[in-house]
Design a binder for this molecule. Structure first.
Ligand SMILES: Cc1cc2nc3c(=O)[nH]c(=O)nc-3n(C[C@H](O)[C@H](O)[C@H](O)COP(=O)(O)OP(=O)(O)OC[C@H]3O[C@@H](n4cnc5c(N)ncnc54)[C@H](O)[C@@H]3O)c2cc1C
Length: 432
């Protein structure tokens, strides 16, 4: 088996990289260890409901624009931003609109005025100026009102999925917050239709899929990538290999990775994990409380049914997540999530239809943090033909936007590289 490009992993990054390289005329194979494609963008259909692996919102960022460019139909809607905030175990209106700004008991007049001025300032902010300072430094240095600071911590935690403001770089997350002011999309039937459309497009472009087969090594010789080896012994020769796995797995797959940039990228990586509780309820005990930020706790709740078709029987799909720190406790996290549900939707257990609990799932294997030595990828400089992509290969994008942006960077690198080799060979022939 011989290909121009072998892509390891069939999540969003792998599918995007495969499509862009195939569009450029390359022979492409995707190798995915699971039976299904999609990775963390997978959706499970259970008890009449479409459960993503935790709540997923599509921002109007790189992924959205990439999918539109590829002609995908993204059905769903923008959820309303009538928000609440939990502070000292009380649910209050959160000032995310002009009316709620006037009525919220959370802020003093001075705080309200300061918040109102940020609504306009945020979209015009040159966020790159804050790429190398921590979120805490930015908030403490720019927001005067103490309660407004707490609200900003909550908003930016939800935007980034990161609960470490001392490490998170301020610039990228401020940019994402500004972008989220245009709204986000909750997709009908979860993210599965998006994954399926990517798969179909890839197949149409001639991409070959190998599923239920794990890559165990990436062979290279004299500084040039040669092949990938799978668990069942299959060896696939390829001129280019794109690894869309975590930095730790990428390091494991490549012999002598310690002498390459993969070593730095693995060592500098900081994971962001969450505990997710998704429930479907026959009806909402408190219909007005559908979108709630924990202000003094790192829990967030959103009803996806208010904007998207995510259940077949009309029940309401509520997703909650708890942003985790370095140590986690599955039982405590579940208690905290259920406590939030008790506060926001009291009596929810009486109307419960189905439940999904993910005690610890990685949202990103790395994020833009202040201790980063260098941005990873697209190429592994020491091994010609070897690339990385995936949400951790961010150059400032967040979450799935980083997955698509890094995949396109890897594809562009390969295409540009082959073009320059062709030109060089052609030039050589002319001289002869
Ligand atoms: C709870 C949660 C909530 C999220 N919410 C949002 C959100 O609201 N908005 C947003 O933009 N993003 C969100 N994300 C992030 C988004 O889901 C990810 O950024 C994106 O799906 C990552 O895609 P990927 O291709 O980089 O990685 P993955 O999806 O992890 O794909 C990697 C693939 O590689 C496969 N693989 C691993 N090792 C091997 C091997 N050795 N051989 C072969 N295959 C292998 C895996 O099975 C997997 O399919 C969320 C993520 C989580 C977990």
């Amino acid at each position: 088996m011989k290909y121009d490009v072998a892509v390891i992993g069939g999540g969003i990054a792998g599918l995007t990289a495969a499509i862009y390289t195939a569009k450029a005329g390359k022979q492409v194979v995707v190798i995915e260890k699971q039976e299904r494609l999609g990775g963390r963008a997978m959706t499970n259909y259970k008890n009449g409901a479409f459960f993503n692996l935790g709540g997923h919102a599509l921002y109007f960022g790189d992924a959205y624009h990439t999918f539109r460019e590829l002609g995908l139909s993204l059905q769903g809607n923008k959820p309303s931003t009538d928000a609440h905030g939990v502070w000292k175990d009380t649910v209050n209106t959160l000032p995310l609109s002009v009316t709620s700004l006037l009525t919220t008991p959370l802020l003093t007049w001075k705080g309200k005025m300061e918040f109102a001025s940020w609504f306009t300032k945020l979209t015009k902010l040159d966020t790159h100026k804050y790429d190398h300072i921590s979120l805490r430094e930015w908030i403490e240095g720019h927001i005067k009102d103490p309660m407004l600071r707490n609200i900003f911590y909550a908003l930016l935690r939800t935007t980034s999925y990161v609960a470490s403001p001392d490490l998170l770089a301020a610039g990228p997350v401020l940019k994402q917050l500004a972008s989220s002011m245009k709204g986000v999309l909750y997709l009908d039937r979860g993210w599965a239709p998006m994954v399926e459309q990517l798969r179909q497009l890839a197949v149409k472009l001639g991409v070959h899929f190998v599923t239920k087969n794990k890559v165990v090594a990436v062979g290279h010789q004299n500084g040039v990538v040669q092949h990938v080896r799978c668990e069942d012994g299959t060896q696939i020769e390829a001129s280019h290999v794109i690894m869309t796995v975590s930095p730790a797995i990428a390091h494991q797959l490549v012999p002598d990775a310690e002498y390459t940039a993969l070593h730095t990228w693995r060592d500098q990586a900081m994971e962001a994990t969450v505990a997710c509780l998704d429930v479907t309820l026959k009806r909402l005990p408190k219909p007005k409380q559908q979108f709630v930020y924990g202000i003094d706790q790192t829990v967030f709740l959103s009803n996806h049914s208010r904007a998207a078709y995510v259940t077949d029987d009309g029940s309401q799909l509520i997703t909650l997540c708890k942003y985790q720190g370095p140590t986690t406790d599955a039982q405590q996290d579940l208690q905290d999530l259920e406590h939030m549900l008790d506060l926001v939707q009291p009596g929810w257990r009486d109307v419960l239809v189905a439940k999904q609990y993910l005690p610890k799932i990685t949202v990103s294997y790395d994020f833009m943090h202040t201790k980063r030595v260098e941005n990873p990828g697209p190429a592994v400089p020491e091994i010609k033909g070897l690339y990385v992509a995936g949400e951790w290969v961010t150059h400032g994008e967040l979450l799935v936007d980083a997955a698509t942006a890094s995949a396109r960077r890897a594809a562009e690198h390969i295409i540009a590289h082959d073009r320059s080799e062709r030109t060089a060979n052609y030039g050589h022939r002319n001289i002869i």
